[in-house]
Design a protein around this ligand. Structure first.
Ligand SMILES: Nc1ncnc2c1ncn2[C@@H]1O[C@H](COP(=O)(O)OP(=O)(O)OP(=O)(O)O)[C@@H](O)[C@H]1O
Length: 280
């Protein structure tokens, strides 16, 4: 599992006897998570959970061991898109994540409540505490990548994730519309305040391909993800079209059946970025 000291400005010349470092929980001792990647967006509904889900699927297909921590507590969609029906269990060591049909480990509040449509009417600090426990008290086991699906924006949960979980890199999801209104730049600036690596930006809903002639139609205006990534001096990971089959499979809980070369290419770049982060 990542060092509890990551994020501490004195970590490089620490004597190792810092009283503020909490002891590792039993679940943390039983886990070894190599890389934590946070998926964030400025605004809601841009496809952040879909990108998280498909990135997990693509990394899993490449042979990596992958988990998803659903930190979007009040609007969790990860269990639904993977068609998860079982509740998360627990033992004396910690909480046991639920596995998808291809073996991706998932934890989400919706795997702990009796009815998936019951609302979560909790204040920010309680939600943030729960997200921290998803890191400290879940038995993640051996993972190459843990993806964190953050709620949109720059509120309590992203702050507490960046402060308490050793996030290695951030993938930011945006759309052509959203680029016009600065919100995505706020999210980027927030993550930069916590000094995390930017793996890059994904532009979702960039275009629709005409099913008859293959023509590219830019429904939400000109796709400008590459330009926006350059403006923010972060890598551009790729653009994704609107594909009704993705919506259909997600609604049916079968996101793992979706095939996309574009996602596979984005996953390759994410792997590359995570390796560069090790080497730098
Ligand atoms: N490229 C795409 N093509 C077709 N449908 C998509 C695509 N990306 C996302 N969707 C659909 O758009 C809807 C919103 O996507 P998603 O839930 O991933 O967004 P989100 O940013 O995570 O939303 P929230 O702010 O609620 O967390 C879902 O129904 C999803 O299936």
């Amino acid at each position: 599992m990542g060092s509890p000291c990551s994020g501490c400005s004195s970590a490089s010349d620490c004597s190792g006897s810092c009283p503020t470092v909490p002891e590792m929980t039993e679940a943390q001792k039983a886990s070894n998570v190599k890389k934590v990647i946070a998926i964030m967006s400025g605004k809601g509904g841009v496809g952040k959970s879909s990108v998280t889900g498909m990135l997990a699927v693509s990394l899993q297909r490449k042979g990596y061991k992958v988990g998803i921590l659903d930190a979007d507590i009040t609007g969790p969609s990860i269990p639904k898109v993977f068609g998860l029906k079982n509740m998360a269990d627990a033992n004396e060591t910690g909480i046991i994540p639920v596995e998808t049909s291809t073996g991706i480990k998932v934890i989400s509040l919706n795997l702990m409540i009796a009815k998936e449509d019951d609302p979560v009417v909790w204040r920010g600090p309680i939600i943030s505490q729960l997200v921290k426990q998803f890191w400290t008290d879940v038995i993640w086991g051996e993972l190459d990548y843990l993806l964190i699906d953050l709620p949109p924006g720059t509120g309590d949960v992203p702050i507490s994730v960046f402060q308490s979980i050793p996030v290695d890199g951030v993938v930011i999801v945006t759309t052509p519309q959203q680029l016009a209104n600065m919100v995505v730049r706020k999210a980027i600036k927030m993550a930069q305040m916590y000094d995390v690596n930017f793996y890059g930006m994904v532009e979702n809903f960039a275009f629709v391909e005409c099913p008859d002639c293959g023509k590219r139609i830019e429904l939400f205006g000109k796709a400008r993800g590459k330009e926006e990534a350059e403006f923010n001096e972060i890598p551009f990971l790729g653009e994704l079209p609107i594909e009704p089959v993705l919506t259909e499979l997600s609604d049916a809980g079968r996101i793992e059946d979706y095939q996309s070369d574009r996602f596979a290419a984005i996953a390759d770049k994410v792997v590359q970025k995570s390796r560069e982060a090790i080497e730098s």
